[in-house]
Design a protein around this ligand. Structure first.
Ligand code: SF4
Ligand code: SF4
Length: 342
């Protein structure tokens, strides 16, 4: 069994964390069943967020009576101290607990620090002094904020996208966190659906001893795959290396990693998904992407202002507006039935 310690928090858990974003989409009963099954099999770290609608409520029921046996991480996207306290109280109520093990700022556009005028970090410190939270973390999709958080010495964990199709930039963050004795929580280990081989995804993450991947699971068979890795952790064999190299080759060059560094978009386009829609349609179940809600998201591409802000921010040098246009053309062909996907 692979274990991981999240830096100075001392939180030591099995190297499979449970990402509780997708359980928003299933019933309370099914979500409670999944979370309890994960717990019984040995998963101890559960990551949710105030922004994940009823995910906290579902975990609250799942862990009623066994609260002290699990680590719960949640997040606040508050922009000021007043909203911070509202979020924290709501999370505690939803989770049926009087403390959060790891409380994280949820993808803030800046790195909260004492004296920055937002009052956010001071609120974190007060919550910690009161025992309402045990550890302070931050999640982000922006390299600049992530570096600032590590350099500040104010955070015990960083949560950031990290998978085998990530680049050197993410690897640098992993190494920097290790040197700073900060835990690294890897989100999007399956790159939001582009990676379909979970054993390869696991074997990649297993190479980094300070990294805790959190797997977003919604279906029992997805959970079962990761549970099987508790007793039989996949290793970087030649076969797995070949899978990774094949995926990297297929996903090389002009493809969007879904990192979101280019956002927000003034036209409200969800660039991190829309700019890789052709890949998502072909490498993951397409029904959700083709639903009315998915179509509405793609239609926003028509409103692109061609301001090129996204292009300027993309660390992979992509011509993002052109990529969006190409993905939209392909999407319309798929919708019209001119091109078949799975
Ligand atoms: S170029 Fe288009 S997609 Fe990019 S940030 Fe501007 S409006 Fe958004
Ligand atoms: S366009 Fe570039 S910055 Fe934006 S999500 Fe894709 S890879 Fe990331």
């Amino acid at each position: 069994m692979d274990m991981v310690t999240l830096g100075s928090t001392g939180i030591t858990v099995n190297k499979n964390g449970f990402g509780a974003l997708p359980i928003q989409r299933i019933s309370q009963e099914d979500a409670v069943y999944l979370a309890r099954k994960a717990y019984k099999a040995g998963i101890r770290f559960f990551d949710t967020a105030r922004a994940y609608t009823d995910s906290e409520v579902k975990l609250g029921e799942a862990f009623d009576g066994i609260r002290t046996k699990v680590y719960i991480a949640t997040k606040t996207a508050a922009q000021n101290a007043e909203d911070f306290w509202k979020d924290l109280h709501t999370s505690l109520t939803n989770l049926r607990t009087d403390y959060i093990d790891l409380y994280q700022f949820h993808n803030p556009a800046f790195c909260p620090k004492p004296g920055d005028g937002s009052g956010l970090y001071e609120a974190m410190q007060e919550a910690k002094a009161k025992g309402m939270i045990q550890h302070i973390g931050i999640t982000n999709h922006r390299l600049k904020v992530a570096h600032e958080a590590i350099d500040s010495g104010l955070y015990e964990t960083l949560q950031f996208p990290f998978s085998y199709i990530s680049g050197e930039q993410e690897l640098e963050l992993v190494n920097k966190c290790k040197a700073a004795n900060m835990g690294f929580i890897a989100m999007k280990g399956l790159s939001g659906g582009l990676i379909t081989n979970s054993a390869a995804a696991y074997a990649f993450e297993a190479q980094f001893d300070g990294v805790l991947p959190i797997w977003g699971v919604q279906r029992e068979r997805e959970l079962d795959e990761f549970l099987s890795y508790i007793d039989n952790p996949p290793r970087m064999t030649d076969d797995i290396r070949a899978v990774i190299e094949g995926d990297r080759a297929e996903l090389c060059g002009e493809f969007c990693r879904g990192c979101g560094y280019c956002m927000p978009c003034p036209a409200g386009i969800e660039i991190n998904n829309c700019a890789r829609m052709s890949l998502l349609l072909r490498r993951s179940p397409s029904a959700e992407h083709l639903s009315p809600a998915g179509q509405a998201k793609m239609k926003k591409i028509e409103g692109c202002l061609h301001c090129n802000r996204c292009k300027a921010k993309c660390p992979y040098g992509l011509d993002t507006p052109a990529l969006l246009a190409r993905n939209y053309e392909d999407y319309k062909r798929v919708l019209a039935g001119e091109v078949k996907v799975q």
